[in-house]
Design a protein around this ligand. Structure first.
Ligand code: TLP
Length: 343
């Protein structure tokens, strides 16, 4: 099968499977799993932060971060296209009592500073308290768009100028740092917390990490526990996470080059409009006058062992995500099959 739906579909690499089989573990709720402790400290070091916390998923990382930073009734400023707002079941509201104040995500993936400033509440008994700004890098829904180190610094400065916290949903922050060819620490220098995912393009089977100050992470550890996220001999997963963090982050340019190659090749397929290509994402539209309907297209591709699906919430917009298990040969196979069924 060639699965293009997401980089979340990646299986662990052979090196990860070997490391997982041989790892030393302990009870992480007691803080006694040496592999988890190493992963958390290594991640903190890589990001230039004091401490790290291994969590089950990106969704849990964002939720734990927001619930640690905010009190019930607080408000966060977040983009209307952000994963936190669109694809996390409103968990910060339903579980944390945190209200999202949404502002438009700009076509380049950023939040406009005037929109942020406009959204900040004054000190008035009628208003919730604005506590935090959340920014996503790379911005997923609009196409895996990388936000520059300068923008990240500016938004941190803006948040802090107004006494607000900056949380970064950096599920794919290594794709952004690869794009700009800067160390990931330089992307988040003054961010108060960052969540990043080991289980997407970095191929670990499970897990994300939150990094931030020692004090913040100590509190986040409590919140993770109450959300059912205290995991015991989780070194079996952290072993794969260490390879994700140290090795797999170094190869992401290959995925970006492959995305570019796929986008160019797709422009020759009838019935398809390439909408965007950035970092490891390619979005295309199956045109109204295409030979097949979206459902027929998906079924026909599946019968050829290629998995594609419309992006959640869209009928004709498809996302192809490049990752370790997709090479040029597989891309050629995808394009050849699409030409065959859409011509
Ligand atoms: N995104 C998934 C789907 O949920 C859409 C994907 O296939 O891209 N932040 C961002 C920016 C994400 O893209 C995702 C996952 C998450 C957070 C949540 O991560 P998980 O799936 O580990 O909870």
């Amino acid at each position: 099968m060639i699965d293009l739906r997401s980089d979340t579909v990646t299986h662990p690499t052979p090196a990860m499977r070997e490391a997982m089989a041989n790892v030393i573990v302990g009870d992480d709720v007691y803080g006694e799993d040496p592999t988890v402790n190493k992963l958390e400290q290594d991640a903190a070091d890589v990001f230039g932060k004091e401490a790290g916390l291994f969590v089950a998923s990106g969704t849990q990382g964002n939720l734990v971060s927001l619930m640690t930073h905010c009190q019930r009734g607080d408000e966060i400023i977040v983009g209307d296209q952000a994963h936190i707002f669109k694809y996390e079941q409103g968990g910060s509201a339903s579980l944390g009592g945190i209200m999202p104040h949404i502002i438009p995500v700009q076509p380049d993936g950023t939040l406009a500073f005037e929109d942020i400033e406009h959204a900040i509440r004054g000190n008035n008994i009628h208003f919730p308290r604005t506590r935090l700004v959340a920014i996503e890098n790379t911005q997923g829904t609009l196409g895996g768009l990388p936000l520059s180190p300068q923008y990240m610094q500016d938004i941190a400065d803006l948040a802090h100028k107004h006494g607000l916290i900056l949380h970064v949903d950096g599920a794919r922050i290594f794709n952004a740092s690869t794009h700009f060819n800067v160390p990931v620490a330089d992307m988040v220098t003054d961010a108060d917390s960052v969540t990043f995912c080991l289980s997407k393009g970095l191929c670990a089977p499970v897990g994300s990490i939150i990094v931030g100050s020692k004090e913040f992470i100590a509190e986040a550890r409590r919140v993770r526990k109450v959300l059912g996220g205290g995991m015991r001999q989780v070194g079996v997963l952290a072993a794969a996470g260490l390879i994700a963090l140290h090795d797999m982050t170094k190869r992401l340019q290959v995925d970006h080059d492959n995305a570019h190659y796929l986008a160019e090749s797709l422009s020759e397929v009838p019935g398809v409009d390439v909408m965007s290509s950035a970092t490891n994402f390619v979005f295309f539209l199956l045109k109204e006058d295409a030979k097949l309907s979206p459902a027929e297209f998906v079924t026909e591709m599946k019968s050829r062992k290629i998995i594609l699906s419309p992006y959640p919430g869209f009928e004709r917009k498809f996302r192809c995500v490049m990752h370790y298990w997709i090479d040029r040969e597989r891309i050629d196979t995808v394009v050849t099959n699409m030409k065959a069924i859409l011509s």
